[in-house]
Ligand binder design. Structure first.
Ligand code: SF4
Length: 321
């Protein structure tokens, strides 16, 4: 297997300053928010890489940079060996980008309500002047809907069916990489499993590679081949699912696991994650997790932990063994 995506030192800083006049009157400097800081990971071809973290962890920002909706402030995004963040040859970048699609969180907001499903699905192909004859009908069948649904409007479908339409649209241009941003979090629990199973089947059938973005560890357990845990824009742990679920090395991963519902623990008291994500404009010193960490010591407050590899797991914690 080879790396299809290679993210190196990816960083994204947002300028969230007030307007210049307000800053002068209030004698304030610029306010910069580092949403993603020095994140590196690789995605092997035909595998699923899951990025997990609470809201504000930077996972969606990474997804948006990979599909080209946002430009990185620093670092590299190599897809098929081309750094799409800095490559000067726009033709090469367009070629690589044509192999990347995105599925968004909200299937209600991401489909144009005035368009028929056929037009929604074939639009990315029609835009490039490709052949759309019978395409929508074939794709609808592939995602478990009826070809006749092509003539309907989005409001005639349930949430799960709409997400199937979004998947069909993403597949229309025959992508090799799909970035899935919380693809099931707007759906009922009973429908979530159906959509995830469909995504798994399509991955095997079409040889797809997924970057799956989610706050929900239960979603990734059976689907991911590799999991990266983000906290305040930094990757704090990266491991295979078995290692991450059986022996998490970072206290934040442990906290997320304690908060995740489990099928085998019906009736168990679930501890919600303790504390809140700190203000990313003024992140804590040292390890950004220290205000919430039950194991924090003096060194955690003063020194940022370096990323280390321990038995196949990558972890950024002073105390990880
Ligand atoms: Fe907790 Fe310290 Fe490890 Fe950070 S470095 S996770 S504060 S033990």
């Amino acid at each position: 297997m080879s790396s299809y995506v290679s993210i190196k030192g990816l960083t994204r800083v947002f300028d969230v300053s007030k307007p210049w006049l307000n800053r002068v009157l209030e004698r304030r400097g610029k306010a910069l928010l580092t949403a993603v800081s020095d994140v590196s990971f690789e995605i092997e071809e035909r595998t699923t890489y899951a990025l997990v973290g609470e809201s504000g962890s930077g996972k969606s920002t990474i997804g948006r940079m990979v599909v080209g909706l946002l430009r990185p402030t620093g670092g590299a995004i190599e897809v098929q060996g081309v750094n799409i963040a800095t490559e000067a040859d726009s033709g090469r970048v367009a070629d690589v980008r044509s192999n990347i699609q995105m599925i968004f969180q909200d299937p209600y907001a991401s489909l144009n309500p005035r368009w028929r499903v056929r037009d929604i699905i074939v639009e990315p192909v029609a835009f490039r002047g490709g052949d759309t004859e019978g395409l929508a009908e074939r794709l609808l069948q592939q995602v478990g809907l009826h070809p006749a649904d092509a003539g309907k409007f989005p409001h005639e479908f349930s949430g799960g069916q709409r997400q199937r339409i979004c998947i069909a649209r993403a597949l229309a241009s025959r992508p090799r990489l799909i970035v899935c941003d919380e693809p099931t979090s707007a759906l009922d629990v009973s429908v979530q499993a159906q959509v995830l199973n469909l995504m798994s089947d399509l991955k095997d059938e079409l040889g797809l590679t997924y970057l799956l973005i989610t706050h929900d560890l239960t979603v990734v357990r059976h689907m991911a081949d590799r999991i990266g845990v983000l906290y305040l824009g930094r990757l704090v742990e990266e491991a295979d699912p078995a290692a991450l679920f059986e022996a998490p090395k970072h206290p934040y991963t442990r906290m997320l696991l304690d908060a995740a519902p489990r099928m085998d623990a019906f009736g168990r008291e679930v501890d919600p994650p303790k504390g809140e994500i700190p203000d990313p404009i003024n992140p804590p010193s040292g390890c950004a997790f220290h205000p919430r960490c039950p194991l924090a010591t003096d060194i955690c407050r003063s020194e940022r932990p370096k990323t280390r590899r321990i038995d196949g797991t990558v972890v950024a914690c002073h105390l990880a063994e």
